[in-house]
Ligand binder design. Structure first.
Ligand SMILES: [Zn+2]
Length: 352
């Protein structure tokens, strides 16, 4: 496949290849060019394709906190980021899936505005901006959730995009979207139900390409060990039901939210049951912060004075943002080296 951002049939082929070969791709939330370029560099270094995603507030941050109109900024930021990736991804020699993360009911207009921007870009450049978008209406009754997903998927199919839906509520909160499950990890309503997945499969399969963010005990963020019990067999139960009723092998494309801090054996098990995408946000945020924190600690004088008041030593080479921001990028790359191995993705790029 040609390197760069993938859409439509290429996207479908790329993720089917992951599932056939039994590996998954990390989907990394980014907020600016530092995290974005670090993800592409890490993917190139690991000879893997990768998924880059923006939350609504990540997109807004990309546009700049100085822009007042927050809805407009969320759209502009997502478009600016997509242009950045489309220009650069092919030069990294990997395939990139470009995606937007959780959009609840009040963010549906954000996704629809981005679909409209993609439509316009097809007229200009022949390609949409995003490979896929997520709608997270998992807090609503299943029929309301699926009806909206069906309506949006029809529009997306026309322009070669795939939809990620959510069934069952992922615990924790990410950028203001999501549910606070508290200590209620045993509540069966939080786990994806196979009957709901079958319902989604029947409604959406004729309309286009879609994936399912499933809840199997996964939570956003990183918690004290032992507080989160992952149950990948919940994914298998849904695959088994759909396979039995409608055929195919692992017919569902699953997404694993809240991958940060997860046990490696549970990651491998989830991948076996049809997970092609694992979201990582918290761990790469920390990797960036930790590396910069270490740099600042080691060079504390340079963050207080331009020139040392007693020795007259100039610190320009140490406070140059290209040095300490780079250490943050290296922190992200190091964390992703681990993720590519955990997911079995290292060396698996389909790019020429
Ligand atoms: Zn999520």
């Amino acid at each position: 496949m040609k390197s760069g951002v993938v859409f439509g049939d290429d996207y479908a082929k790329l993720i089917q290849n992951c599932k056939n070969k039994g590996f998954a791709l990390p989907a990394v939330n980014v907020v600016g060019t530092n995290s974005l370029n670090a993800v592409m560099e890490a993917a190139a270094k690991n000879r893997s394709d990768v998924i880059i995603q923006f939350s609504n507030s990540g997109a807004q941050f990309y546009a700049g906190k100085g822009l007042e109109d927050s809805f407009g900024a969320k759209v502009l930021g997502a478009v600016a980021a997509a242009k950045h990736v489309q220009l650069l991804a092919e030069h990294y020699g990997i395939c990139v899936i470009l995606h937007t993360d959780h959009a609840n009911r009040k963010l549906v207009p954000w996704v629809e505005a981005l679909i409209e921007e993609s439509r316009k870009n097809i007229k200009r450049e022949g390609v949409p901006f995003y490979s896929s978008h997520m709608l997270d209406l998992s807090e609503e009754p299943i029929d309301d959730n699926l009806q909206t997903c069906a309506r949006v998927l029809k529009d997306m199919t026309e322009i070669g995009q795939s939809l990620e839906i959510e069934l069952g509520v992922t615990g924790g909160e990410e950028d203001g979207v999501g549910a606070d499950v508290g200590d209620d990890f045993e509540n069966p309503a939080l786990y994806t139900q196979p009957e709901d997945v079958l319902k989604a499969y029947d409604l959406l399969t004729p309309l286009g390409h879609f994936s399912v963010a499933a809840s199997f005990g996964n939570v956003h963020g990183v918690y004290k060990p032992g507080n989160v019990k992952l149950r990948p067999e919940i994914l298998k139960n849904s695959q088994d039901l759909v396979q039995k009723m409608r055929g195919g092998i692992n017919p569902l494309h699953f997404v694993f939210h809240g991958g940060s801090g997860s046990e490696k054996a549970k990651i491998s098990e989830a991948v076996r049951y049809g997970v092609f995408k694992m979201n990582i946000d918290t761990d790469t945020q920390f990797a960036f912060a930790e590396a910069i924190g270490g740099y600042v600690k080691d060079h504390s004088d340079a963050f207080q004075w331009q020139v040392h008041p007693e020795t007259a030593q100039p610190f320009k080479k140490q406070y140059d943002p290209r040095v300490w921001l780079r250490s943050g990028e290296e922190g992200i790359i190091q964390r992703l080296d681990e993720a590519f191995v955990d997911l079995g993705a290292r060396g698996q790029s389909v790019a020429d």
